[in-house]
Design a protein around this ligand. Structure first.
Ligand SMILES: Nc1ncnc2c1ncn2[C@@H]1O[C@H](COP(=O)(O)OP(=O)(O)OP(=O)(O)O)[C@@H](O)[C@H]1O
Ligand SMILES: [Mg+2]
Length: 259
């Protein structure tokens, strides 16, 4: 199986200057705890994510994938190193500016969904807009809800939804404010293959057609093959990369990494 699409970042036509990357990490280290109990979750990660590109992050459990995503999105502090989002270095920002920047420019699909239990699916999806004081674009909301297949579940609370449905609410919530960058931590981990393919197709078309930037953690070689590029982590370091991944090529790489 080979991928047939050729990713062309917006503005990369002949003569156009290359677009600056959407997200850059420079020598990012993250240590949890201290002394004997210290866990070196990231050990100097430098990586750049182009605007309008769909990148997958893979690696064994505990290799630092979620930690890296949280640091890139400004949800966690780094121990050392720098993260830049667009033209803004977020590692130097105070909490208030960071919160505003995240709200404006970043969407996040958490590994554990992080839905608000007392709100309905619809309220959860619209929460980022609510927080930003923006009016929802009803057409776009409908389109997102249609793709993730939640039309008949909008009035349910998370506890009344299956794991896969909760995950779809989390995906819809990340998409609805049309953020520049979407970070998704295993967005299809709980979905059956059909809903998974729909969500991945939707993520990919939001990159192709709307110039979004997506960074997605996944354990699934088929999910990774929707991306333009795969970055492999092991023990808190980037150990390899694959451009235009196919499921087979990803599987080979994972085998080679022992993950
Ligand atoms: N809050 C924390 N305190 C202490 N250690 C942590 C914390 N969060 C993560 N770790 C440790 O950091 C390392 C990297 O964790 P991380 O969650 O980034 O892994 P991961 O690659 O996302 O794994 P998985 O595929 O299982 O989700 C692990 O050894 C983990 O135990
Ligand atoms: Mg994780």
């Amino acid at each position: 199986m080979t991928s047939t699409f050729t990713p062309v970042p917006p503005g990369s036509g002949a003569g156009a200057p290359p677009a600056p990357p959407a997200v850059v990490a420079t020598e990012v280290a993250k240590v949890y705890g201290s002394g004997d109990a210290a866990v070196h979750a990231l050990r100097g990660v430098s990586v750049s994510f182009a605007k309008g590109a769909f990148t997958a992050i893979m690696g064994p459990s505990g290799s630092g994938k979620s930690t890296l995503m949280h640091c890139l999105a400004g949800l966690d502090t780094v121990t050392s190193g720098r993260v830049t989002l667009g033209e803004v270095e977020i590692t130097g920002l105070g909490d208030r500016r960071l919160t505003l920047l995240r709200r404006e420019r970043v969407g996040f699909v958490f590994q554990a969904f992080n839905l608000v239990p007392t709100l309905t699916a619809e309220q959860n999806i619209l929460l980022p807009l609510e927080l930003a004081g923006k009016k929802p674009d009803r057409d776009w909301f409908d389109q997102v809800v249609e793709v993730v297949g939640l039309r008949d579940r909008l009035s349910h609370r998370p506890a009344e939804l299956s794991g896969g449905q909760q995950q779809r609410v989390a995906c819809a919530r990340a998409l609805v404010s049309r953020p520049e960058v979407i970070f998704a931590d295993e967005p299809t981990g709980n979905l059956d293959s059909r809903s998974g393919a729909e969500v991945l197709g939707f993520l990919r078309s939001s990159v192709r057609e709307m110039g979004r930037t997506i960074v997605m953690v996944t354990h699934d070689p088929v999910a990774a093959s929707y991306a333009d590029r795969v970055v492999f982590l092991r023990d808190g370091r980037i150990v390899s990369e694959l451009a235009r991944p196919t499921p087979d090529a990803v599987l080979d790489q994972l085998k080679a990494l022992g993950g």
